[in-house]
Design a protein around this ligand. Sequence first.
Ligand SMILES: NC(=O)c1ccc[n+]([C@@H]2O[C@H](COP(=O)([O-])OP(=O)(O)OC[C@H]3O[C@@H](n4cnc5c(N)ncnc54)[C@H](O)[C@@H]3O)[C@@H](O)[C@H]2O)c1
Length: 297
Amino acid sequence: MTIKKVGVLGCGLMGSGIAQVSATAGFDVISLEVDEKFIERGFAGIRKSLAKLAEKGKLNEPVDAILARLKGTTRKEDLADCDIIVEAIIENLAEKRKMFAAIDPIVKPSAIFASNTSSISITETMTATRRADRFVGLHFFNPVPLMNLVEVARTIVTSPEVLETVIAFGKKLGKTPVRTNDMPGFIVNRLLVPYLMDAIRAFEEGVGSVSDIDASMKLGCGYPMGPFTLLDFVGLDTTYYISIVMFDEFKEKRFASPSLLKRMVLAGWHGKKSGKGFYDWSDPAAPAPQDAALRGL
Ligand SMILES: NC(=O)c1ccc[n+]([C@@H]2O[C@H](COP(=O)([O-])OP(=O)(O)OC[C@H]3O[C@@H](n4cnc5c(N)ncnc54)[C@H](O)[C@@H]3O)[C@@H](O)[C@H]2O)c1
């Protein structure tokens, strides 16, 4: 199986990154969005990121040559001749199933379908199509151009040939693929989500301040950033949805979302992208911890 053309569904935080690394690796890429304005927003981010990488001498060819392989569309019909589709739309099972069911009759039968979901069952998503054996999880990390890992998740019906093709594709993108079975959260979020939920619970119980908990995990464990900075980067809304799916599957408190996280999401504090989360990001160079507002009393 040869992959030449990549279709990416959604051009948000993750979809734009996946489109960027695919075009950089030499694949023809087409990005599908619901509206032209989201393609423009995503492609502007790609241009900015490629310019930075070029400045650092990390690209093998001019930015324009990479951009020439990248196209945007709002028409599903334009995905017909893709060899692989990587889905990165919102973290919602019904939306993902609707999308895959709609493109299944359009995209050529030999194409592979992959979902970048963080927590939703690949098995439950794939049954919206008639190509269950050609369906995998392909979970990238944020920011996609910089993070080296990609999790490749097989279901019990994934064809071994499809799995190997996707692993080879991940390597061509310059990533290190790891194999995992289709279980909510795969490997990384299975371990990371309880840690993030525990950090919030520790803060709620008054163990320490936002900045002291962050500093502790950075300096005491050598992590590149503390849990609250990471939560603000990933997005509190996304983390909240992931915890709901994982708690629903495992029914264990460690995956349950603390009350504070839910209240922050409901109040629109979604982390860096919304300007506020555990920190106020008005000045991204000096994020201000929000202990006083979060604790209230
Ligand atoms: N944020 C992360 O750190 C992260 C990491 C790994 C995986 N993921 C997963 O990647 C997926 C996308 O997350 P994100 O952070 O990029 O979200 P995002 O909100 O930044 O982007 C989602 C994009 O999908 C588009 N979209 C929604 N419905 C669509 C449709 N029907 N057709 C075409 N486009 C549609 C939206 O317009 C939006 O631009 C989710 O499944 C998420 O769990 C996220």
